[in-house]
Write a protein of this length. Structure first.
Length: 689
């Protein structure tokens, strides 16, 4: 009892940790709600003080005050502080109690955000500054425009009835987005394939068997357990000779959230589509896509469709040949009458890759031991930018899987804190992402507050027999998220809301996808790819086979991404109420890019977190848009040398450190010397010689 009386909520006081990082080891569930409510109260108090300021509104006393909501000592913004921890852990380390608290807090936080954005007196001050301001630097002008546009896009110009309707729309959308994610996580974790007959493991490599044995042991079961987490699902679909079990796994994965239970997302998706359409139209736009694309490099629905259609025209002929080659091989093995089903594609695709290039993911795993990969990725950052990483056990982490590093710049000065969370577990969403616990900004005293950046992944776990051995695809995932992390760590802007990855969404994937290019470069692989048992470097002929096989099924993969972009745009270019059934609508929406048979009782939409709950609504095309940029940008490195520090410094100075302080095309052209073209991508993919 006395401990509870004496204990203080850690969010309310200086953390007293290295670099003021979050004290995960001291935070309890009951701390969150108290900190959220007090954070809201403090922010309301600050807004009230601002709107009652008798002075004429200026950029400094209004716009900067809104952007920099630190407390009276300039120490921290309590609401931002607790939000960053709570919502990051809600994705990386949640439980039923946190999920319930999120459901409780979501409408409160949405209402609070709306109260600020729809505060007429506050907007009057912002509008005055927007029309009457001193000469501003480009960064200050960007902040002012972002602030003004943010309020307008949040309903500041609506009448009272419109504002009330907007409140209803955003609050409902916030709740449904949260429910979508929670349903998907529960469905994903609910399924297991439990095998007790070793004969049913036929075809599976040792790494998959050992991981499945560990998964069974963790559940106190005999035999082997396979899950829908990617490191378990993907090898099973690629190597298992048990066609009926492949079908079982495939159907479990592709029917998530369409079952007749409380985790069904079909109606949630329809409602989210309509809420966003109505919100956009309330704000004067024809569709939600029009609303979104006003602040994107693409700029218009027409340009997005042009990109997607150009890619279909360029890649579809090759993709059809790729699929036909796999079908022919399957029939050669199984007989002329064999019909290839979706759960067969990965299995026979792998066999074709093996036949053509004598290479597969399992051949590479021994050379991609996780600790060596970490060293390789950190070493790449050191060769390019001169930065170094030092693990610090005094930095608290939220799970034993997480490693925490201090990052130092070329001159030895402190640059950032970097967390890396590697493996799947019960309370963790699938996929991979980068996030921040603290952004970068320069405060009023001129102190450069450095960021706390995190990457969260679901890579292959170590087993009792072996360390974590990754596939090449997992190495690429690490490089991708690390590219986002560099964007965050190199941030060097005055205002936090413009720093790091706070850029337009079709630009944010450039730094991440750019880093993936290194994965197949011999000079990079030579720095870390050593056999985990013998220490022998990865053989030259294996690297050559990697490079030759790089474009295996590249056109099929491109069309798959394009199909997701088409589906996204189909939902968010709706002008009228969306009343169609999701599953048949999905099949029709992406048909132009689909070249394999679709099953009527499967659905992607209900698990498409990016466009339903992840901020990519009307923006999934961004991955292909950024791929054009990354291929074009990497061609500069190929010309001057992949480790060329002068080129890397230009990339850092003109793109990575600038955040959203200028229009992204201006930043890109400053690095590249001109606008990007699709030529480099077509050449890289072997579509054009």
């Amino acid at each position: 009892m006395s401990e509870n009386i004496e204990r203080k909520n850690p969010f309310f006081f200086p953390y007293d940790t290295p670099h003021d990082v979050a004290p995960f080891d001291r935070i309890r569930l009951e701390d969150y709600e108290e900190a959220f409510m007090e954070g809201i109260r403090r922010e309301d108090e600050q807004i009230d003080k601002l709107i009652n300021d008798p002075r004429k509104p200026t950029f400094d006393n209004t716009i900067i005050s809104i952007d920099d909501e630190k407390d009276s000592e300039g120490y921290y913004d309590l609401l931002s502080r607790v939000s960053s921890v709570f919502f990051n852990l809600l994705s990386a380390e949640t439980n039923d109690e946190m999920d319930a608290l999120a459901q409780k807090l979501s409408p409160i936080l949405t209402k609070h955000a709306n109260d600020i954005r729809l505060n007429e007196r506050l907007f009057e001050r912002i509008k005055y500054v927007h029309h009457h301001h001193r000469r501003l630097t480009p960064e200050e002008k960007m902040l002012l425009d972002k602030c003004y546009d943010g309020f307008v896009r949040s309903g500041a110009l609506l009448d009272s009835a419109g504002k009330e309707r907007l409140r209803q729309l955003t609050e409902e959308a916030s709740m449904l987005g949260l429910q979508f994610s929670q349903n998907l996580l529960k469905e994903n974790k609910a399924f297991t394939l439990h095998i007790t007959d070793e004969a049913q493991l036929d075809g599976l490599p040792d790494t998959a068997r050992e991981a499945a044995a560990l998964a069974a042991k963790e559940r106190e079961l005999e035999g082997w357990v396979f899950t829908l987490d990617f490191p378990s699902y993907s090898p099973f679909m690629t190597y298992s000779t048990q066609r009926d079990l492949r079908r079982q796994m495939y159907m479990a994965k592709n029917t998530e959230c369409i079952h007749d239970n409380t985790e069904n997302n079909l109606e949630i998706c329809k409602r989210l589509i309509n809420l966003r359409r109505e919100l956009a139209q309330l704000l004067g736009h024809k569709t939600y896509a029009d609303y979104v694309l006003k602040h994107r490099m693409a700029g218009s629905v027409r340009k997005v469709y042009k990109l997607l259609n150009d890619l279909i025209d360029a890649y579809k002929p090759t993709a059809l040949k790729e699929v036909e080659a796999i079908r022919r091989l399957a029939q050669k093995i199984e007989g002329k009458g064999f019909k290839m089903e979706p759960w067969d594609f990965g299995f026979y695709s792998h066999k074709l890759q093996l036949a053509k290039y004598n290479i597969d993911a399992e051949m590479l795993r021994p050379y991609f031991e996780l600790s060596k990969v970490i060293g390789g990725v950190f070493g790449l950052a050191n060769r390019l930018y001169g930065i170094t990483f030092k693990e610090n056990p005094d930095i608290p982490v939220y799970h034993p899987d997480v490693k925490a590093y201090e990052v130092f710049d070329r001159d030895g000065s402190y640059l950032a804190v970097f967390y890396a969370d590697f493996h799947p577990r019960k309370g963790k969403q699938g996929g991979a992402w980068m996030t921040e616990y603290q952004g970068q900004w320069i405060d009023r005293k001129g102190v450069n507050n450095r960021p706390h950046v995190s990457v969260v992944m679901n890579l292959t776990k170590p087993t009792e027999e072996k360390p974590a051995l990754l596939t090449l695809g997992e190495v690429e995932t690490f490089l991708h998220e690390f590219g986002h992390a560099l964007h965050g760590m190199f941030a060097n802007t005055r205002f936090e809301s413009l720093s790091g990855t706070n850029v337009w969404w079709d630009f944010v994937e450039l730094p991440s996808q750019f880093m993936e290019n290194f994965a197949v470069e011999k000079d990079f692989l030579r720095t870390f790819a050593f056999h985990y048992q013998t220490g022998e470097p990865i053989p030259d002929d294996l690297i050559d086979r990697i490079r030759k096989s790089r474009n295996f099924n590249v056109a099929y993969a491109c069309l798959r991404q394009v199909s997701f972009g088409l589906l996204d745009m189909a939902y968010y270019t709706q002008k009228d109420a969306f009343c169609e059934d999701i599953i048949p609508f999905e099949k029709k929406a992406w048909a132009k890019a689909i070249i394999t048979e679709q099953l009527p009782d499967t659905c992607m939409t209900v698990q498409f977190s990016h466009i339903m709950a992840g901020g990519y609504a009307a923006g999934y095309y961004s991955y292909k848009w950024a791929e054009v940029l990354d291929a074009d940008a990497f061609s500069v490195f190929k010309k001057h040398g992949i480790f060329d520090q002068k080129t890397a410094q230009s990339f850092r100075d003109n793109i990575l450190s600038k955040g959203g302080t200028e229009n992204p095309m201006v930043l890109y052209k400053r690095f590249r010397g001109g606008e990007p073209t699709i030529e480099a991508l077509l050449k890289r993919n072997g579509i054009k010689r």
